[in-house]
Design a protein around this ligand. Sequence first.
Ligand SMILES: NC(=O)C1=CN([C@@H]2O[C@H](COP(=O)(O)OP(=O)(O)OC[C@H]3O[C@@H](n4cnc5c(N)ncnc54)[C@H](O)[C@@H]3O)[C@@H](O)[C@H]2O)C=CC1
Ligand SMILES: O=C1O[C@H](COP(=O)(O)O)[C@@H](O)[C@H](O)[C@H]1O
Length: 257
Amino acid sequence: MDEPVLLTGAGGAVGQAILEGIGDAYEWKLMFHSPPAEEPDHEYLVGDVITAEDVEAAVEGVGAVIHLAGDPRPEAPWDSVLSNNIDGTKKMYEAAVEAGVEKFVYASSNHAVGAFETDRRTPEMYRSDDDFLLDGTELPRPGNLYGVSKATGEVLGRYYHDEYGIDVCNIRIGNLTRGHPPIDYERGQAMWLSYRDCANIHACALDADYDFEIVYGISDNDRKYYSIQRAKDVLGYDPQDNSAHFDGEDRVVEPDA
Ligand SMILES: NC(=O)C1=CN([C@@H]2O[C@H](COP(=O)(O)OP(=O)(O)OC[C@H]3O[C@@H](n4cnc5c(N)ncnc54)[C@H](O)[C@@H]3O)[C@@H](O)[C@H]2O)C=CC1
Ligand SMILES: O=C1O[C@H](COP(=O)(O)O)[C@@H](O)[C@H](O)[C@H]1O
């Protein structure tokens, strides 16, 4: 693995899950949008992914990128996702290939395929006895403009991989919550990603060998409509958590109880 690893969006929820889980396992270069409240334990810079000079400074000397920065709101308006998510990701790729970065891990989203959740399929598809399963080979099917921006980020990765040879792993992240799955939210429980599994799958994406991949980033939930088989096979992902091991509130239950 080529280090340091540039982590954009380091101050956000996914960034914190990664740093809490594997902060000691790699040499990092963190990118924040605004100055962090506390001095980070790692090299860092402050910048905007839509500013070419900031992005060029960020990729300088790094071997791999985990690109999280962007507007994460499913209801985000077009001008924001066009700028922060689409143009920001394009600028990151442009700078990364120019700087000779070897590996790019991109935070895609369940919302890139949100429109598979049709009225006819829901809520049954959120339940463990339903066999509907997406595996990453399906075409994107966004249900909002944020999802369009995430699907576009995947396609940008396809282009930069094919044209410039950079290795790309798109992780369609489910619903990251700390400590326990979302409560009273079947969809969120089906796509739950625990903090430790989030760190884990990103470590796997940094360490594994691949060309271009799209995988789902969720825990090993009994309820699931995203397959994690590709993440296991290609990345060696070994999830530890399962939303079924919680009782729908914030209490842990015995797996076999
Ligand atoms: N949290 C979740 O459950 C999921 C997150 N994702 C994706 O993961 C990534 C991170 O999401 P979260 O950590 O939840 O969001 P967050 O809002 O907690 O973190 C995003 C970070 O990106 C920074 N940022 C935003 N625009 C920027 C710009 N133009 N230049 C530089 N930095 C900028 C923000 O300051 C923030 O620190 C996003 O790309 C999001 O689409 C995808 C699926 C689920
Ligand atoms: O991509 C994302 O997905 C999660 C889960 O979606 P939701 O519609 O169930 O909330 C979301 O929480 C997160 O903000 C977003 O970036």
